[in-house]
Design a protein around this ligand. Sequence first.
Ligand SMILES: [Zn+2]
Length: 150
Amino acid sequence: MGRYLLIGIGVAVLLAVAPIVFRFCSGFIAGVRAEWRNIRMGKMTNRTLTDGSPVTPDHREIDPATGMQKAYVVLSAEERAKGFVKPVRRTYVHAKCGVATTMGQALAETYARNPYFYSGTFCVGCRKHFTFGDPDGLFHWDDGEVVGSA
Ligand SMILES: [Zn+2]
């Protein structure tokens, strides 16, 4: 009988403690989630459009006259000022058509700060965007290095 009483008390204690443990755990998980959100928001605020203005939802819209996007996302001036891991290079050649494209300083500095920031790029000869790694997506900087690789 004593054993059953102990088990009964054990279960009662568990039932009493369970909501507290649950609340603690869910509080912990919510905290981690909030932290993640902050990290993601922080990353987002590291990005602007080439003119330094906030990123707009419609910036990817293509201008039919040029084939270029309405605007391009870059790392913020503050983020770029932290230093470059690669030289600032403004001109690259499309392997497919041989035409050289020269981009703005903010874009070039974004590549220099983070060579993997972009998944593809634009060619003025083809008037199109290409994804790095695709058969037509091979571009070389004027020093010979492949764009988007390092
Ligand atoms: Zn091209």
